[in-house]
Structure formats: structure tokens, C-alpha cells
Design a protein around this ligand. Structure first.
Ligand code: ZN
Length: 447
């Protein structure tokens, strides 16, 4: 199949104007000028997107698809209160509800040009939905427990889950990771044991780290809503928790958690020492600019991370906190926040954000050999974005047009491993009408 458009953005090389990509057996086999490629393969099926850009699919370096049904349910709350609400309301959902909710997330991901996800899930609903939708990604088994006496039991359950989920993802585009959720719901012994296990099994370890000020205060001073209301809600109020006097990053360093390959989400409450630690251990960061701003968590020092050479991907963190999984919004808000804070227009570029959204995410998930750029031999995970609308014309420069003018409705094609998941408004792997209909009664339950 030959895909053609006004622009091809390979990311690792210069844009190709009036370009084409040839896809064969799930892989990219050639890139070049439209005229040359189409003439060489006259008999081959062709898809022309016109005034559009073809680029690698977006890598959502952090999400929870199963929480999609919470869109707009816990709005305008500070982080800890949002988390409390979410935890309370979660109790009313059945397995089937979680599954529909995750499918709702998959619908949006596919329609937003997200081809790869890093998803933390306790129920496994994200795995089922991502598999059904045909997404690529890493599904992280969520582990949480604050009682150190229960660590053995929780770890065996997690190991069993990893084995089962690995079975379920055989011959799919999905891999399994493990996630001690965060410092406020996994005790240090659990972190340490999971890290040892992740090293042994070569699993990527995902965790939320140094996100809110409340998390920082919980670790350093043993105070705040995460030390009180949240622990009470989880039934951990009688377990001893003492102020540790250090930052969340330093705390986990002390427990050797970074010995594993780690994907840390947020990393907002970090100082220069913490950034050095993250660099020293090769920790990747999932940067979630919109969610962090919306919950009042702050703005991560992205420029510092990039100057130190850390692997950075962009994450949406699910519609429960962020309301949409629009990657264009994510790039736009992410870039503008950094520039606004730096008071410097040279602080990061549209091109850099497109790179973070694709190749950066692939590197953060250790998948850059397979995806993240359009190169011969890589998996055909790619998208086409329309640039022909009144809010976009004239699109002079593809990177600027993508970041400053495009939105999720402009996605024309989402392809994973050469398979079309979405084309010109039509879903190919999932019944959108059914998912939307089934979502409504769950939404009523949550109100
Ligand atoms: Zn998250």
C-alpha cells in the first residue's frame, strides 16, 4: 500500500514535500517523493490524503484507559481531592463497566492518532480494550499496598497477573509492565520487591512520582490529605507513617527502586539533585502537561530534563483528569506553558514537541527500535492529519501547523503495524456506536 500526502514527517530526517510511504507486511518499506514511489508501484493500492501530514502515530506515554468514563465527573478539584473522589466513585463500577470505560478510551485514542499507549490498570480492562482496538503498548499491572506485612501476598498476586496477562497478549501488539502505583499507596518494601522482580523479569516499571505538592508533603513531612483522608479511605490509618525528610525521588533512590528500568510519570516536584538521580539511573519521564496544570499540580521543568538528556514522552493521564486525550492539545499546552514560564520564545519548539510526542515516547517505553519514526524497517504505526480546514490554511510549515492549528478531529488515518484502525471517520476494529450507548448507563451510575 502506498500512502501519499502533502507532507511526510519521518521525524529522524527532514520533511518530504509531496511525499509517499510504502507499507508492506506491517512495516514501512520505502519513503520518498510521491511521483517516484507511485510510478515504481503502479499496481499497488493507494491512499491519498491531499493537504495533510503523514507522521508516526502518537505515543501516549501515560494513561489509564479504564478511567475514561470519569470524564467530567471530578472536575475542578485539587489533586488529592480529585483522587479521593475517584477512589470513592470507583467502588460502584463492575468489571463490565470498567471494560466499556476502557473501550471508550480506546475509541478516543484511535480517533486522536494515538497508536501506542503506556497504561496503568488494576482491573486489566485496558488490556482487553487495547487488544480489541488493535493498539500497541505496554499494559502495567498496578500494585498497591501500604502494609509491609502483606507485601509477600501482594507480590505473588502480581506475579500471577503478569503471567496471565502475558498469555493474553501473545501475538498482539501489547507487552506487560508492572507498576507500584505511587509513594502514597505502595510501601517502601513493596517498591523494593517489585523493582527486584522487574529487573529479573525484564519488565518496565511504571510509577507516578513527584507529582503533586501533597505527595511531596506526604513523603517529606508525613502530612496533608494523602497522609490523612486518603489513608483513612484506604483503611491504612493505623499503619505507621513517619516524615522521611527527603524528596519523593530521593526516597525511592534510598530503596533501590531505580535499579529497574523505570518510567516515572509527572516528576514536577523535583530539584536539581533529583534530576541528577533520574539521569544517573536512566529513568524515563512521562510528561503530562495538561493534566498537571488542570489539577493544580504544577509544571514540570521540561527544559531542564531535556538539557540533562533524559528520555521524555508525553502522556495524557486519561480523561478522568484531563477530559480529552487530544495529543495536539497536549503538545500545544505543553509548549506554551514552558514558553510562558521561561518568558522566552526560544524555549522549545513545535518541532521538538512533535518529536517528544512520537520518538520521545517510543524511547521512554524502550520501543524506539520498532516505532517512533518513519524509517524503512520500522513498524507501520502512522497517522495522517488533515491540514485543509479554514483554521489551518495556509499551512506553510508542517510542524507549526500540527502544533498550533490541528486538533483530534483532524485525524484522517490511524494505522498500527500496517493495519488500519481508523479511516476518514470510520472505526475498523471497534463498534463506536455500541460503546457510546453502553457508556451512558455507567455515567448515570457515577453521577
Ligand atoms: Zn496516572
Amino acid at each position: 500500500m502506498i500512502l501519499t500526502a502533502k507532507w511526510i514527517l519521518p521525524i529522524t530526517s527532514e520533511p518530504i514535500e509531496d511525499g509517499a510511504v510504502r507499507v508492506l507486511d506491517g512495516k514501512i518499506v520505502a519513503l520518498g517523493k510521491k511521483v517516484a514511489l507511485t510510478q515504481s508501484y503502479l499496481e499497488e493500492e493507494r491512499l491519498d490524503f491531499g493537504q495533510a501530514v503523514i507522521l508516526p502515530g502518537f505515543v501516549d506515554a501515560h494513561t489509564h484507559l479504564e478511567f475514561s468514563i470519569f470524564r467530567g465527573i471530578c472536575d475542578d478539584l485539587p489533586f488529592s481531592h480529585w483522587k479521593l473522589q475517584l477512589t470513592k466513585k470507583s467502588n460502584s463500577l463492575s468489571w463490565n463497566d470498567w471494560k466499556i470505560s476502557a473501550e471508550l478510551g480506546v475509541l478516543e485514542a484511535i480517533q486522536s492518532g494515538i497508536t501506542c499507549i503506556a497504561d496503568i490498570t488494576a482491573t486489566g480492562a485496558s488490556l482487553e480494550a487495547a487488544k480489541k482496538g488493535g493498539l500497541r503498548g505496554i499494559i502495567f499491572v498496578e500494585v498497591s499496598e501500604m502494609n509491609h506485612l502483606k507485601v509477600g501476598e501482594v507480590l505473588s498476586e502480581a506475579k500471577e497477573k503478569v503471567a496471565q496477562w502475558r498469555d493474553k497478549t501473545k501475538n498482539t501488539n501489547l507487552k506487560i509492565g508492572i507498576s507500584p502505583y505511587s509513594v502514597y499507596n505502595a510501601c517502601p518494601q513493596l517498591f523494593q520487591k517489585v523493582s527486584e522482580y522487574a529487573c529479573k523479569e525484564k519488565l518496565l516499571l511504571g510509577l507516578h512520582l513527584a507529582g503533586s505538592k501533597d505527595e511531596y508533603n506526604f513523603v517529606k513531612y508525613g502530612s496533608g490529605p494523602l497522609a490523612n483522608e486518603y489513608r483513612e479511605l484506604k483503611g491504612w490509618q493505623n499503619l505507621l507513617w513517619q516524615p522521611l525528610g527527603v524528596s519523593p525521588v530521593k526516597y525511592l533512590e534510598n530503596w533501590d527502586v531505580f535499579e529497574a528500568e523505570v518510567l516515572a510519570v509527572h516528576c514536577i516536584q523535583v530539584n536539581d539533585y533529583d534530576i541528577d538521580v533520574l539521569k544517573r539511573y536512566g529513568v524515563s519521564i512521562a510528561h503530562c502537561p495538561k493534566c498537571s496544570a488542570k489539577l493544580g499540580m504544577g509544571v514540570a521543568p521540561l527544559s531542564k530534563f531535556l538539557k540533562r538528556g533524559l528520555n521524555i514522552g508525553i502522556g495524557t493521564d486519561s480523561p478522568a483528569s484531563n477530559n480529552t486525550m487530544d495529543f495536539f492539545d497536549e503538545m500545544r499546552v505543553g509548549l506554551l506553558l514552558q514558553r510562558g514560564i521561561a518568558q522566552d520564545v526560544n524555549e522549545l519548539s513545535a518541532k521538538k514537541f512533535v518529536e517528544l510526542a512520537t520518538l520521545g515516547g517510543a524511547k521512554a517505553l524502550r520501543l524506539e527500535r520498532e516505532i517512533g519514526s518513519l524509517e524503512e524497517g520500522k513498524k507501520a504505526d502512522l497517522i495522517a492529519v488533515d491540514l485543509s480546514h479554514s483554521h489551518q490554511v495556509p499551512a506553510m510549515e508542517p510542524y507549526s501547523a500540527l502544533v498550533y492549528t490541528a486538533n483530534q478531529e483532524n485525524i484522517l488515518l490511524t494505522m498500527v503495524g500496517g493495519k488500519i484502525l481508523y479511516l476518514n471517520g470510520e472505526y475498523k476494529t471497534i463498534d463506536a456506536k455500541e460503546v457510546l450507548e453502553l457508556s451512558e448507563p455507567i455515567r448515570r451510575k457515577l453521577r
